[in-house]
Ligand binder design. Structure first.
Ligand SMILES: Nc1nc2c(c(=O)[nH]1)N[C@H]1C(S)=C(S)[C@@H](COP(=O)(O)OP(=O)(O)OC[C@H]3O[C@@H](n4cnc5c(N)ncnc54)[C@H](O)[C@@H]3O)O[C@H]1N2
Ligand code: MOO
Length: 630
């Protein structure tokens, strides 16, 4: 079967947008009801603000020329009514008066005031139109109305504002496996989260989403639903069924009702997007994977929506950052890579996150997008790139943690919020040490056993970080063990038992993998004797999930992960999970906040609730001097 074409994004958008005339329906509404709506015409002020000469302070209106020469040695006296009139802030300044002296700067007498300083003409006076002048342009056509826009319209006399009618966008979730979030999903069933994502985005943009009930993979049912949606809405989004699987009907349905212009856009994620037209309306097939859906909404649907509504797009917030890891890309697609951003040693750094189109967490925990154009193979680590931020970030208040993951880090993240935000990227203990060495992180979670000395972390830190002083904060002693299926049906008791079963392992450089290697070595077992030794997973929870699913019978990990996955645990070893900290971060305010969280009673209580941790040394810090440091 011939798969989809791969048309460049800009080419698709340019020609597709031209297919549709602008939506010219207009509502005339009161300004107070207009928040989030889009101006269908320029809005001009009908009244100046302020519309009379007013006092900016509580005090006395005076005539500037009568105050000339006043000083401490020669105070000037001004009589009430003719020379000085009391005014509150906002009061009209009487005719003939041209300055206001603040009440605290006058000495009140029986029949007037005494002043010890001259007032200049216009002092503390707000002239007519100081803020807004009648007939000036308040809001241009195409502007989305914000809270202060409502206020200026009301203040400057707008009685009715012309806004573009809210566009109705149909969202049709499809797929035999898709169920409502109100159901308890069975194996093979997937909760419809996309409809909620799309509806929320559309609402944020000011559109009116209409979510249809989930439609099964049935050509006729799908066709009827699209027909109904096109009759009732301005645009139709068909979700999933966009690729070329046996039950992927979106393209066929659109072609039957109208025409498919493009099937396959050269972007990643989002490749199988379908741009079509039926009944003169845009009918768009959005890919099923949630991140693909998000990118297609942001990069395609938003553009089309803005074009139909003649909305002026607000440019996104961008920032230059240095990549901590390579971001490779293929030549065929424009790729949108999610990244985390932080500031370490005065440099803004960005760490690429997982690429999977199903990974919603990369949007939730990510800070922005790195766009790699087609015809580019991407970027090397250390290159400066531009990041499009999801939201404004306070980089001075961001703590970058790169290294091994532990559930305690999530509790620390909760504890430092809202003063700071903890950004963590999981690259294993060794990856964390290297990130500290390269100045790409403030701290790294580490738990690496040195097989020769039997000591944790310090030998590795000394080996890899030789030219600077760093600090090691003891977080917890963690019980590492063998995670097994509930009830331990295979009666696994020790490392030797792993030779009889299949396991899931951690990635190279992960402390848990180093520990497994050490224990295998001590027991005289070669990794080759362990089935599944080369199956790599990035977190304890990933391994626990493999065990829970029954795909493997065991995996090394921490107690808390087995507890979270409701499987069983055979304790084997107590290891040190520490935080490696740069000197710069150690001396910062952020570290003080972090340390106070770690040593708080509430943090310790929460860690103890997770189980499998010993906190006797928690919070202790040692410094490690680089051997090459002069
Ligand atoms: N043989 C090929 N298969 C696929 C290709 C390909 O090139 N060749 N492309 C992959 C890419 S890339 C994407 S993206 C997806 C697009 O899939 P569809 O749009 O056809 O959607 P489905 O296959 O039905 O579902 C994919 C995935 O998304 C989940 N999904 C669907 N709807 C929802 C929803 N409402 N809420 C949450 N999640 C949803 C669905 O369960 C699947 O897991 O195709 C690849 N395949
Ligand atoms: O296009 Mo898919 O959206 O790459 O995952």
């Amino acid at each position: 079967m011939v798969y989809l074409k791969n048309t460049p994004l800009e080419e698709c958008l340019d020609s597709y947008k031209k297919e549709f005339s602008k939506l010219i329906e207009i509502d005339k509404i009161e300004p107070e009801d207009s928040l989030g709506r889009v101006c269908a015409d320029n809005v001009y002020a009908t009244r100046s603000v302020p519309h009379y000469v007013s006092s900016a302070m509580d005090g006395y209106a005076v005539k500037a020329e009568e105050t000339v020469g006043a000083n401490v040695d020669k105070p000037v006296e001004l009589k009430f009514d003719k020379q000085a009139v009391y005014v509150d802030t906002g009061d009209a300044v009487p005719d003939g008066f041209d300055a206001v002296i603040k009440i605290e700067d006058v000495n009140k007498l029986q029949d007037g005031i005494e002043i010890i300083g001259a007032a200049f003409k216009g002092q503390h006076i707000r002239p007519i139109g100081e803020d807004i002048v009648a007939h000036e342009l308040l809001l241009p056509k195409g502007k989305t109305i914000e809270p202060m826009d409502v206020a200026v319209m009301v203040a400057s006399g707008t009685k009715k504002v012309l806004v573009t009618s809210e566009i109705k966008v149909a969202i049709i979730p499809t797929g035999d496996e898709i169920v409502s979030h109100k159901n308890n999903p069975q194996i093979g069933e997937i909760v419809d989260s996309n409809s909620h994502l799309f509806a929320a985005l559309l609402k944020k943009w000011g559109a009116n989403p209409v979510v249809y009930p989930i439609v099964k993979d049935d050509f006729k049912a799908l066709k009827e639903t699209v027909k109904d949606a096109a009759a009732k809405c301005h645009m139709v989004l068909l979700n999933a069924g966009s690729s070329a699987g046996k039950d992927d009907y979106s393209s066929e349905v659109i072609n039957t009702l109208g025409e498919v212009y493009y099937h396959g856009v050269a972007i990643k994620p989002g490749k199988p997007t379908i741009l079509g037209k039926a009944f003169d309306k845009p009918i768009i097939g959005v890919p099923g994977y949630p991140v693909s859906g998000f990118i297609v909404m942001e990069k395609i649907i938003k553009e089309i929506y803005h074009s139909l509504m003649e909305i002026t797009s607000v440019p996104s917030i961008t920032l230059k950052a240095r990549l901590t890891k390579p971001a490779v890309s293929d030549l065929k697609h424009k790729e949108f890579i999610r990244v985390k951003v932080g500031k370490v040693k005065g440099k803004v750094v960005a760490t690429p996150l997982g690429r999977g189109s199903a990974l919603m967490n990369t949007i939730v925990h990510g800070d922005g997008l790195l766009t790699v154009p087609s015809n580019s193979e991407g970027h090397r680590a250390g290159e400066d790139v531009e990041i499009e931020l999801f939201k404004q970030l306070d980089l001075e208040k961001t703590i970058m943690a790169v290294g091994s993951h532990d559930l305690c880090l999530d509790l620390i993240a909760k504890g430092v919020t809202p003063k700071y935000s903890l950004n963590s990227a999981h690259v294993g203990s060794l990856g964390g040490i290297m990130a500290i060495k390269k100045g790409q992180a403030h701290m790294a979670g580490v738990h690496l056993l040195d097989p020769e000395s039997g000591k944790y972390n310090i030998p590795y830190i000394k080996r890899y970080i030789s030219d600077e002083k760093v600090y090691l904060l003891s977080l917890a002693k963690r019980t590492q063990g063998i995670m097994v299926q509930k009830g331990n049906p295979l009666n696994i008791k020790q490392i030797g038992d792993l030779t009889k079963i299949s396991i899931a392992n951690r990635q190279k450089g992960a402390g848990t993998r180093v520990l497994l290697d050490y224990l295998l070595y001590q027991n005289g077992i070669s990794p080759k004797e362990i089935s599944g030794y080369n199956k790599e997973y990035f977190t304890h929870l990933d391994v626990a999930a493999q065990v829970k699913s029954g795909r493997v019978q065991a995996g090394m990990g921490i107690y808390a992960a087995s507890k979270a996955m409701e499987i069983d645990f055979v304790p084997v070893f107590e290891e040190s999970y520490d935080l490696l900290i740069t000197e710069e971060f150690y001396k910062s305010e952020g570290f003080k906040v972090l340390h106070s969280v770690i040593t708080s009673t509430s943090f310790k209580q929460e860690v103890n609730k997770l189980g499998g941790y010993n906190l006797k040394d928690c919070g202790n810090i040692i410094s490690i001097e680089g051997s090459k440091k002069k």
